[in-house]
Structures are given as C-alpha cells and as structure tokens.
Ligand binder design. Sequence first.
Ligand SMILES: [Zn+2]
Ligand SMILES: [Zn+2]
Length: 386
Amino acid sequence: MKIPLLQDKLEYYFKWFHQHPEPSNQEFETTKRIREILREEGIEIVETAPGAELKTGLVARIQGKAGTPVVALRCDIDALPINEESGLPYSSLNHGFMHACGHDFHTTSLLGAALLLNEERETLNGTVKLLFQPAEEGGDGALQVIESHILDDVSEIYGIHVAAGHENGLIGISPGATHAAVGIFSISIKGKGSHGAAPHYARDPIVAAAQLINTAQVIVSRNTDPFDQAVVSFTHIKAGSTWNVIPEEAWLEGTLRAFSDEKLSWLAERLRECCNATEKAMGLRIDLNYRVCTVATNNDPELSEFAAETARSLGLTVVASQRAMGGEDFALYQKIIPGVFWTIGINSPQGVHHPGFIADMSRLAAASSLFTALAQRSLARLSKKK
Ligand SMILES: [Zn+2]
Ligand SMILES: [Zn+2]
C-alpha cells in the first residue's frame, strides 16, 4: 500500500479511537473495532487457551514463509478518566474519558503495521504477533497477557509510545531504562486519641504522620546520589474529623520511583526504616504496606542499536528517548523477552495525562512503517541464527 493512502486510512481509524476512549479493562468497543478492522483485512486473530482468555484486547498473527521465529509488536489500547479539553473537532464522545496518553495513536499505528505486514507476508521469515494490550494505565494488562501464555514463543518484542515533547516524527530510542520502576505504599498509624486540649493523654498520629513525611524527605535529598534519580511522594493523607479531638489514627499513601528495580527496593527499605524509627520515637504503631506496581523498562542494548539503525534506514531521525518517571508495564515483557520500547514525537501542546493533550496524527504511517521494518528485519536476522 502506498504510504499516503495508508496515512488517510489510519487518520480515519484514529479519529474513531480518539472519540471512543474506554478505561482499563473496559475496552470492549475498542476491541470490537480492532477485531472488525482486522477481519475486513483478512488478518488472523489468535485464540487464547481456554481459561486464559483476554476479556479485552487481542493478539493478531501474520505468518510468513515459516511459523518460526516469532516476534511481537505491542501497543496498548486503554484511555484515562479525564475530561477532554483539547478542542479537537473529533474530541471524546465518552464523557469523562479521554485518550490522553496517546494509546489511540499506538493502536492505530499497529493496525497500520498489520496492513503492511499482511501485504508482504510472502517475504516474511517467520511470524509476527501483533499485541493490542488492555489495561496499561495502572492496570494489570501486561500481566494478563503474560499469564495467557500467548507470547511464550516470542523471541523479541517492540513497543511504541508517543513522546509529547518531541518534534513530529522524531524517533526516541535509548538502551537501558527509559521508564521508572514504580512502587505503591500505604501507611497506617495507630495512636491514642484524646481531647485536643489534653495532648499529654494522647499518642498523636497526626504529629507522627507529619514527622514521618518530613523524615522520608531525606531518602532522596540526603541519601540518594544526585545523579541517580528517585522519587518519594506522599499523595494522600487522612486523619481526624474535627478541630478539638486528637484522633486515634492517621493513614497515608504515596508512590516510590526509581530507574532500577534494585534502587526501588532500596527506597522501600529506607521508607520502612523511617516508619520503624518514627514508631519508636512517637510511641505508637506504624504499619507499612508496600507493593511493586511495575518494574523499570530495560531496552536491550544490541536491539536498541538495531532499532535505531532500522529507523534511520527509513529516513527517520533518531534521538535519545525522553526518560520518564512514569511507569510502563511493557517492562514486564522485557523481564522475559528482550525488546525495545521506542517513542515517536507527536509535538503535543501539553504533556500526557493532561486534558489538553493532542497527538498529531500526521506521522501515523511513519510509525506503522517503523513497526513493520522492525518485524521484517528482526525475523530476517533471527531466521539466519536458526
Ligand atoms: Zn499513561
Ligand atoms: Zn501511555
């Protein structure tokens, strides 16, 4: 298919996806639409094993001359609970929801790759699995896909994200971590309540919470190498109900971020030490609840070089990725399959997750071409090794 023709087709698809955003694990209409387009184009959809079905999202398969090797191309399809204020003529029709992270761009560009690869299937040296992943936004999408075993035969994986601050069409690729490892914590403080005028009878959980929040600030400001990025953020606090009663309890939650899984667990360890020390100092009980939300992305160095070279071979300009403290569950695939998470500039007036975010759609076909070339060239290389 000629690129201008493909671009027209993709803009038409993109506007529909942009107008119909659905939150994590609720992408029913989105999945239906993807399925419909793939069916129209005669592209096979992979059925998952009974008991491991994906409720939303799907995997398409394009088989070339041989069944193996297999490479995967991944996009995410979910949207955010944000009221759109972009002013676009094709703004969201699902009130309260918006494609503010560019997942509509990702979905459309992967559909474009499906069309291109399907046209050239005879020349493919193996199989391409095209993964339309649900629930990336703090959901469990990647985990659902891994547990469905649909990627068990995949040797390499490539994923896309839009880069809001990069010029249109600029490709971002960097080895190592580009998106942070994310931890989520909640802390419950159990003290002793009292009259607000009799603090000596209390074990005040509010003072303990304040102390703990202050102490935890040193984890980044005093304990972390200034060249090693980390974040400790308290984002939610609840305690008390009126002005003259010291409450029994306080409750806090927040997030930890780092660019390696080791650093993230070190942050959690330090937070636990701060909790224990405050507990002792204040004479009350502090319980920390902590879990890892996602690990850090980890672009394989050799494959990053390969991906950059592939992009240049298409005449695209490659720069270093914009590193983000946001999490990305593509990282979970990279724990088991070597891969590269690359970005494409969309020149948005606002960053991702903002109601004024706009993904310029003029480079959709370019993104599809890069996805396509990555699959073709990676299969050619892998099949030689066989
Ligand atoms: Zn997002
Ligand atoms: Zn995203």
